[in-house]
Design a protein around this ligand. Sequence first.
Ligand SMILES: *Cc1c(COP(=O)(O)O)cnc(C)c1O
Length: 378
Amino acid sequence: MSRPISASINPAALRHNLQRVRLAAPNARVWAVVKANAYGHGIENVFHALRGADGFAVLEVPEARRLRALGWRGPILLMEGVFDARELEACSRLDLWHTVHCDAQIDWLAAHKSQTGQRVFLKMNTGMNRLGFPPPQWRSAWARLHALPQVQEVSAMTHFSDADQPAGTLAQRRVFTATAGDIFCGDVSLSNSAAILDGAHGAGAAAPAMTLDEDWVRAGIMLYGASPGYPAHSSTHYGLLPVMSLHSRILAVQHLQKGDSVGYGSTFVAEGPLRLGVVACGYADGYPRACGTGTPVAVQGVRTRLLGRVSMDMLCVDLTPVAQAGPGSEVLLWGQSQHYPSVTVPVDEVAAHAGTIGYELLCALAPRVPVKVLEPAR
Ligand SMILES: *Cc1c(COP(=O)(O)O)cnc(C)c1O
């Protein structure tokens, strides 16, 4: 038998989560964000379940090429636009919509010989201060783009810095509306997952009505069933289902006595007799080394805890609550158990034990972990 670790992708959960986006943003079209190889899930593994989206948003041209190779003829958006002038040829050839966030991208467009008119999303910096034109420059960039024969349509987008925080999105929405409200004629795209869910739920519910209607939302993490607002709100709170589950098995069992320690650095010391399971999963699989004693893990459908340090290829778990477990017993590192479907270990919870967010764990799944799709997707 080969090494027992694997990740499974659940297309039914993807379809369910896409429905959650529709419910939360009923009047908007949906960009399914599949950058970072679909947040570590694999573009080819999620594509069929996400075909119901209105478009796909990616970071790089090769991702767009893979979507076209899968047969997707609908809209594809490059969320940071082109990285050099040559990529505009790919935009024309693959019929990509692209973001414009800086003057250089406009210069390249002005020099581009294009048969087809380009569709661009002009990015406004409304407070994130990463990419985009500040409001006054945004208006002149809009005028410049509008005058270019290469450009067929200018749409507008911004990105929120605090959609999952008490500060919310209202201040940035106001800047956006004040800047774009009167000149605007293409589509508007504002919301990531946190803003989509906030607009539908809580404190921010009143905000969208005070701003421009949104034509396109950009849904990322919620499609994959993790929460953009953990620990304030869990994925269950938002009605999301985990898409990726990381499974493995117990390789060996050790019987510790009081005073025995486990693993590198001897960070865990037994206070009494303890049965310990050694699991085929380590940081070279993408499981965070920063997770310490107490991180949740499920063995044969029973939640228990990690013990000691995570090493490159193994980690250790407490078998005290699972008397029947032994070598070969199934272990769920995160996601949903296949044999005990009511048992979940939310990736957000594991991430919190490592001082990070679910996004990072999903994106960091290592290439050596085999990935399988659970059911034939329709
Ligand atoms: C990644 C990204 C998103 C999706 O964010 P989630 O929090 O995963 O929903 C939306 N917009 C932009 C510009 C992004 O880079």
